[in-house]
Design a binder for this molecule. Sequence first.
Ligand code: FE2
Ligand code: FE2
Length: 271
Amino acid sequence: MKLDSHLQPWRDYQLAKKFAWDPQQLDFRPDARDWLVLDDREQDVVLNLLSMFVKGEEAVASELAPLLFALGKIGNLREEEMFVSTQILDESVHVEFFHRWFDDVVREIVQHEKYYGENYRALFDDALPHALDALVSDHSPRAFARAFVCYHIVVEGTLAETGYHAIFLACERKNVLPGLRQGIENIKRDESRHIAYGIYALQRLIREDNALLEFVNEELNRLLPIALGVISEAVAPYGDNIPFGIDLMEMTEYAIDQFNKRLGAIERVLT
Ligand SMILES: [Fe+2]
Ligand SMILES: [Fe+2]
């Protein structure tokens, strides 16, 4: 089978190779100095958000294998398989980045679990693994659609995008933690390819069966409140005065805006 160099997953596969990066090359010494001048509440917000990224990136790294397996079973989607293989590496690099940051900057054991609320667990311990693990035995379009919606649109395209935006802005406003900011910039570039692939794949499925759009909408609307719940429960401990000028309303609006952009892109396939 000849590879189609015009397909988006193929082009993004090429970009993934071009923009590959190595967390070992980042310098975290300025972050270690900044860490000591942050107050307790500021440190806690950073630990809170980054703890969610640690488990989130670990979950998306290990949950991609069933997607790659299922794409192989469908056949004829070699370019997508090649792209997803780069995504698996990307997610492992993201996991490595956060572990290295905690080791070099915080330098003490952090109880990440204490930051995981009810909605966070519902998403990462239940919805995400269920949606992806189903692909081991179910290769129906609905099973693929459920996985892309949960993984690429809700977890990556709505929640992670919002979290990365918030932590990046927080550090930028205070002009601290440059190593963290650099890593997050790199991660955001990777994530934009991942999200674009999820939209591409959902468009392909809906083009093949227009009735799937209704199912996609149902799934999106089922999961959006959980994603928004993750945001509000994350900042709840800080009351009205969230460090770094983080604003719950602003974060929620940003998340809904991201969500609507993804939904609009998916729906455009039928126009
Ligand atoms: Fe990631
Ligand atoms: Fe990702």
